[in-house]
Design a protein around this ligand. Structure first.
Ligand code: CP3
Length: 343
């Protein structure tokens, strides 16, 4: 049986428009919280293929999405490049020793050696592949080199990204050297995810909006494009989704060898369609907080369906689902997307 999600990524005709949600395996599900509690903490959960498989499948079974996304985190990459990582309650991810000088950069583990340390991810993928229904797709993912570098350099989430930006304007060579090293690991990591069984890959550039336009293309998008071209050349049958968050003003210059452009919630779908709809399938883009209200959800789903009725589309949120969203509303969103788009 074919996978409707993969068909939609390639712009093929499908019986309805498929839907999934970024961060769909997460804390809004009591079943997720129970498995996470068993694991002890978030990183243990990422490191345990059996449990990671279990939480990956939960939203497919409970909410009815058309694709599963591998349960893991973008930050396992720098973690396996040798950076000690903690997820602190209420504070999010923290790296003990951020990379801010040549010595720290040289100490990073790179290439095959780093990619080979992520075995628990490849084992989780193999288990999910075995247990996921034949007609559902499995999405693998990575962070973009820039988004990963923000955490590696700042050491944690940031409001201003001033340490990264200081490097961009005072020592761009250092920044490029780090980005290149991360890019090499990401390429191998995605290849190994594909070899292990993912059907689609998505590159998350969550902090795209931190950079002015010319710096965005130089320090982020060009690396994402390079990764996409590398994967496309080797695995043309694997769709690639690019998700740069918050760059509606840069859409006219977006190009590259990928299949789906993930539209974030701050970008009007009609604008994305005007600039990119002829060249790419568009994914998205309901504002995730609309999930607090069924009425607000319905209004938005109807409007996106109307905008995209003569276009190529995948339903999603415009960023991750939040932990306090009622499960019932998530189910409502998913079934409504599938219903309104029936052909
Ligand atoms: O989407 C999915 O369901 C798959 C799993 C997934 C997680 N993180 C699980 C997670 C994916 C695809 C990610 C990607 C990720 N991680 C991104 C890019 C996407 C985005 O949201 O912009 C980023 C920037 C991260 C880094 C990260 N991980 C942060 C900033 C945090 C803390 C914030 C938070 O939501 O708690 C995490 C932790 C994290 N990653 C959780 C989950 C389910 C929560 C951990 C917990 O269970 O306590």
């Amino acid at each position: 049986m074919g996978k409707i999600f993969v068909d939609a990524c390639f712009g093929k005709e499908t019986p309805y428009t498929p839907v999934w949600m970024m961060r769909q395996a997460g804390r809004y599900l009591p079943e997720y919280k129970a498995v996470r509690a068993q694991a002890g903490n978030f990183l243990n959960l990422c490191h345990d293929p059996e449990k990671a498989c279990e939480v990956t499948l939960q939203p497919v079974d409970i909410v009815g999405v058309d694709a599963a996304i591998l349960f893991s985190d973008i930050l396992v990459i720098p973690n396996e490049m040798g950076m000690k990582l903690d997820f602190l309650a209420g504070e999010g991810p923290v790296f003990e020793s951020p990379v801010r000088d040549e010595a720290a950069l040289d100490a990073l583990i790179g290439g095959e050696e780093a990619a080979n340390k992520l075995t628990y991810v490849y084992e989780a993928i193999a288990l999910i592949r075995e247990r996921l229904a034949e007609d559902k797709a499995l999405i693998g993912f990575t962070g973009s080199p820039w988004t990963l570098a923000t955490y590696m350099i700042e050491g944690q989430g940031s409001k201003t990204y001033n340490i990264c930006k200081k490097l961009i304007y005072t020592n761009p060579d250092f920044m490029h050297k780090l980005l290149l090293e991360v890019t090499e690991v990401v390429k191998l990591y995605l290849e190994k995810q594909i070899e292990a069984g993912v059907d689609v890959v998505q590159i998350f550039d969550s902090w795209a909006a931190a950079l002015e336009k010319s710096k965005y293309f130089e320090f982020s998008w060009n690396y994402m494009k390079d990764i996409a071209a590398h994967i496309k050349a080797k695995y043309p049958h694997i769709p690639i989704i690019m998700f740069p968050k918050g760059i509606p003003a840069y859409l006219d210059e977006i190009d590259g060898d990928f299949d789906v452009f993930g539209v974030d919630w701050s970008t009007p779908m009609a604008l994305a369609k005007e600039h990119l709809g002829d060249r790419y399938v568009l994914q998205g883009n309901m504002e995730p907080c609309r999930l607090y209200s069924k009425e607000a959800t319905k209004e938005c789903v109807t409007s996106i369906a109307e905008t995209m009725k003569d276009g190529r589309h995948i339903f999603n949120l415009g960023h991750g689902i939040l932990p306090d969203v009622p499960v019932e509303n998530a189910k409502y969103f998913v079934s409504l997307c599938q219903e309104v788009s029936k052909r």
